[in-house]
Structure formats: C-alpha cells, structure tokens
Design a protein around this ligand. Sequence first.
Ligand code: 5GP
Length: 237
Amino acid sequence: MKRKDILYAGKAKSVYTTDDPELLILEFRDDTSAFDGEKMAQLARKGRVNNYFNAFIMEKLAAAGIENHFVERISDTESLVRRLEMLPVECVVRNFAAGSLCRRLGVEEGLELAPPVFEFFLKNDALHDPMINESHIRTFGWATEEEVARMKELTLAVNGVLRELFAAGGLLLVDYKLEFGRFQGRLLLGDEFSPDGCRLWDRETREKLDKDRFRQGLGGVIEAYEEVARRLQIPLA
Ligand code: 5GP
C-alpha cells in the first residue's frame, strides 16, 4: 500500500490517504512536542520506536478483544490503519497520581488511585485540551450517550490488559490517554499507544520511562522508550 495525499500533519504523526478509501497510513515522525506545541524537538529514532511499540500494543489489545484501527506495520515508521471518524474527546485513566491531576487537585505524585480515575478531555490545542464531563459531551454533541459508555468501558478494559503486560516488565502503568472513532457503526480504538501518550515508571525505583523525560528536560528520552521496549521484548527492527 502506497501513500497518496497528506490528510493531516499532527505534532508527531502524519496521516496519508491510500488507494483504498477505508485505509490510511500513519507515519510516526521523530518530532516531539509538549505543552500544546510550546516545546518542540526532533529525537532520533523516535518515529521508529513508537511505530514498533504501537504495533505491538495494538496487536495485544486486538488479541484481548479490544477492536482498534491498526491493520499492519508497513515500514519502520509507517503503519496501515482503518479510517475512523474520530471523536474530539480524549479518555484518560490514572492508576497513580501524576501530571495534571496533581496540579488540579493538589495530590502528591505517586499516590495510588484505587479505583483508577477516569477523565474526559476535549481535544483542542487552542483551549489546552480542557477537562470535560459527560454532560458537556452530550450537550455539545461530541459523542452519543452510548459512545460515552463504550469509551469508558473500552478504556478501562485496556487498563486490565496493559497493567498486567507492563507489570511483567517491572513497570507501573501510571496513566494513559486513548482516542476513539466510528467505523461502520462501531466504536474502535484509534490514534496510538506509545510512551508519548502514557506514563510508565520502573516499579522499584519509580524512574520515569516515558514522555515526562522530555516534558521535564530529564534527558535520555528515546533511551527510556527503548528500555521499555526491551523489557516487553518488543523488537525494534
Ligand atoms: P495529564 O492530564 O496528566 O497531562 O496526562 C494524562 C496522561 O494522558 C499522560 O499519560 C499523558 O501523556 C496523556 N495525554 C494527555 N493529553 C495528551 C495529549 O494531548 N497528547 C499526548 N501524547 N498524550 C496526552
């Protein structure tokens, strides 16, 4: 499958049409951004690492019955995906307090959250992805009531699969963000799952092995992503 036209260029990925109207190509670039694009950099090998990482996770989720848009990896930095009608909503699950939760509620980073916290955010860079609730989603028509329920159900089901998967590599899945879209009357998981959109800590030392290394200027960003891949036995070539 070959790229046709560029459909969308995001901060870290580009999306291309193909000869098949139902299929798109996702290109994972080396570009990295944080704080809604305020901080930008190119990190060598990131596109490749995230492409392999995402393929591995999406295949694990599909095997666990969580339908998603991933079809196949077609090169080191590209994957073929189904074309979804994306909902403008981000779903976040948190197993430990970090990031915006700590800032908003004044809780200490690392506090275990049981049961896990579920939050919706509006996907809107200009508004800095504000937190929203089900009432906003219903009133503004961002998703149907049925889709809201399904997004929550699927996002929490992902937690069950991935907490265990990362635990096997001595890692804590602190939190993560998922996005969903419509495909032939069903709701499928879309976008990506990589250390760009989740937090992963070493279980013993709580060392950060995710994009917070970039956000917080800790260095060793891609080395950390590669360490996670190594622990999960994700091949990177
Ligand atoms: P927080 O709300 O603490 O900033 O983020 C919660 C989790 O969702 C983190 O794992 C973070 O990486 C992910 N996340 C939230 N919003 C975005 C986003 O716009 N882009 C990416 N890549 N990840 C996000």
